[in-house]
Structure formats: C-alpha cells, structure tokens
Design a protein around this ligand. Sequence first.
Ligand code: PHE
Length: 407
Amino acid sequence: ECIPDIVINGRHFERDEWSNVTPKVLSHIGRKLHSQQGHPLFLIKQRIIEFFYKRFAGSRGNPIFSVHENLDPVVTIKQNFDSLLIPKDHVSRNKSDCYYVNSNYLLRAHTTAHQAELIGMGLNNFLIAGDVYRRDEIDANHYPIFHQLDAVRLLGKHDVFKSLDDGAKMEVFDKMGARTAEKQERHTLEACKVMEDELKSTLVALARHLFGQDTRYRWVDAYFPFTHPSWELEVFHRDNWLELLGCGVMEQKILDDAGAHDRIGWAFGLGLERLAMCLYDIPDIRLFWSQDSGFLSQFADKTPHDAIKYMPVSVYPQCINDISFWLPEDGSFTSNDFFDLVREVGGDIVEQITLVDNFTHPKTQRTSHCYRIVYRHMEKTLTQQEVNTVHKQIEKEAAHKLNISIR
Ligand code: PHE
C-alpha cells in the first residue's frame, strides 16, 4: 500500500499515526495575509511594528527591533513545545488541539515557537509575525488559522539598571534565590521589577497607540510555561473587557538553553485578527480570507494610521440545518474531528456549529449529539437546495469517516 506524503512548500513529510492536517488547512498555507499590502492584518501588524521602531530606537534613531515574518509554519515538537518548557503532558500538545504533520512536525500553534532559535542566533530585540494553526470550534470569532505577533527583548546586566543612580552595584542574578509569586529563583527581585516595569509600560503605551490615549486597561495575573511572572493585559472596548495579549518575564532556562545565560528578558504575544476585528469593525473572521473586492477594496489604499470602519457589503441570509447522530461506542469521537470534517466538506459557507443536544440513552447507554450548522455565504445568497446538497454530503462523510450513525 502506498500512502502519499504530505507536501508543504515543496517539502515532503511522511504520514504517520499523528498526521491530522486536513487538505483544506494545507491549502491556506502560503497566503501570507499579514504581508499583503493593504490587507487589514498587514495594517495592524505594521502599526505595531512602527510603535516598536519608535519606542526602541538606537543612538542614531535606527530601529533596534528586527522583524521576522517569513518563518516556515512547519515547526518541530521541540520548537513549539519543548524549547518553551511546555510539559510533556500539557493539554496544548493534544492531537485534538493541534494540526500535526506527523509525530515530529506540526503547524505552529503560536509564533512563540521561534523564540528560542532567534535568541540562539544572538538577537536581543525582535518581533515575530506569522500564521498559526489550532483546531477549535466554529463561529464568527474562530478559524483554524489565525495570525499572531510576538516580541522578545533581552537585556544584559548593564542595561537593566542603566537608569538608576546606583545601578552599577546591582545584580540581575541570584545563585541561591527562591521562586515566589513575584520572581524566578535565578533573578533578583530588583531585576525582575525593572523588567516588569519596562514590559508593562511598553504594553500600556502600545494599547493606547492602538485603541486611543484614554483607553482604560487592567492587568490580570496569568500562567504560561515560558514566562514567570506572567500577566494578561485587558482593554475596555465598547462595554467589554477585551483580552489583548499575554506576557511575562521569560523563564531563564529558555535563555540558558539558547546560550543567553548572561541576559534577562521579557516577551509577549497577541492575536492580530481579534485586534483588527475590534479596531476596524470586521464582524466575521472568515472575511480576512475573502478575495472579494467588496472586502479588500475597503482597506487597499489605507495606511496603518488611518481610522477605518468596515461597512458590510450586505448581509446575506443564513440557512440552518441540524444533524443528529449516535456516537461510536468505542469512544473514538471528538467534536474537533467533526468540526474539521464539516470545514473540509462545507468550506467557508459554514458560519457556525453549535451542539444543541447531548443525550445518553438510559437503557443502551449510547450517546447522541445534535449539532446545528449555520450556513451563510459571505458574498451571495445561498439557496436551500445548495445547502441541502452540502448538508447531505456532510452526513455521508461523517458516517463513513467518524463511524457515527445518523438518526
Ligand atoms: N504564546 C502565547 C499564546 O499563544 C502568548 C505569549 C507569548 C505569552 C509570549 C507570553 C509570552 O497565547
């Protein structure tokens, strides 16, 4: 039997029991939305880059941050997880959450995957932008591919305390320290507080650069395996607290492993779609992938400084169909498998899927799920007949591939 390799950007990967990337997801690799002039994701990314260029300028006004936005989205398990100290049994490694190419490679689940190698190359100040891949639910705010931007800043002993009068006497590292809620064992409290201060003031300034000078914000304690302490920054936008980014002081072991044992660092990561949806009034995440001029032309001639309000071209009606089935008795069913199958068959006309009924038969102990699938085309009206054809196909393939039985 001959199973074809998975081919991504001309590289061949042998399939194995971990492979779960779908043809639909693979077909999106290489679109580089964040690098397309005049795309909303490009505009937001550019606005953030400009902020960093201005805030951290060298002695001749030159930017000190370098930008990396063409890194291959196929990464190793080591890059995505191990190099970031993500435990072997951490849920984020699950097959039901990631797109694995095979047991050695996956489509990166965050741009943080490139941190360690860039530090290893000797970089101290850099931004990473790119497409990231996660298996998730289906609605107006989730798509299996989205875009992130990460930043890393490393400082040596002399830079950390540069602005303090008695800075020359202060230490960054502590051989016998303890890990507390406020700091890592290897860091002095003073060094950690200076890093926290620079990180937080930079990110508040970034949030105000994006959302306006009067924007309200709050810090929420967070946990990431690769930073400690860690926080999330939330901004108040249109009556809601919006989670803008995750950040923290980088785990010293990551720097040690990458050969930067004499430096201390901070890092953050944010999602570009959510930002663009808020700032430009984009109502549905599928629109970023639209090739329709009704969408693209509203951004095409804009600059990162323009205020933009997206006007929906027109909203086409929804068609709603339910699907009910008995789950296989061997427990092999996961809803993310079903979501991927629906994407595969239905493509972008699937707007949302919700589990509307979950029922276990008292006698047979068999479980049945009913999902409501909302269909809507972004650029035209769908007929009920068109939708029925797709819906039937979904039933057929789900029965065949997921071993369910339609009720
Ligand atoms: N990688 C994290 C995420 O995807 C964000 C993050 C990056 C947090 C860097 C802290 C430091 O949610």
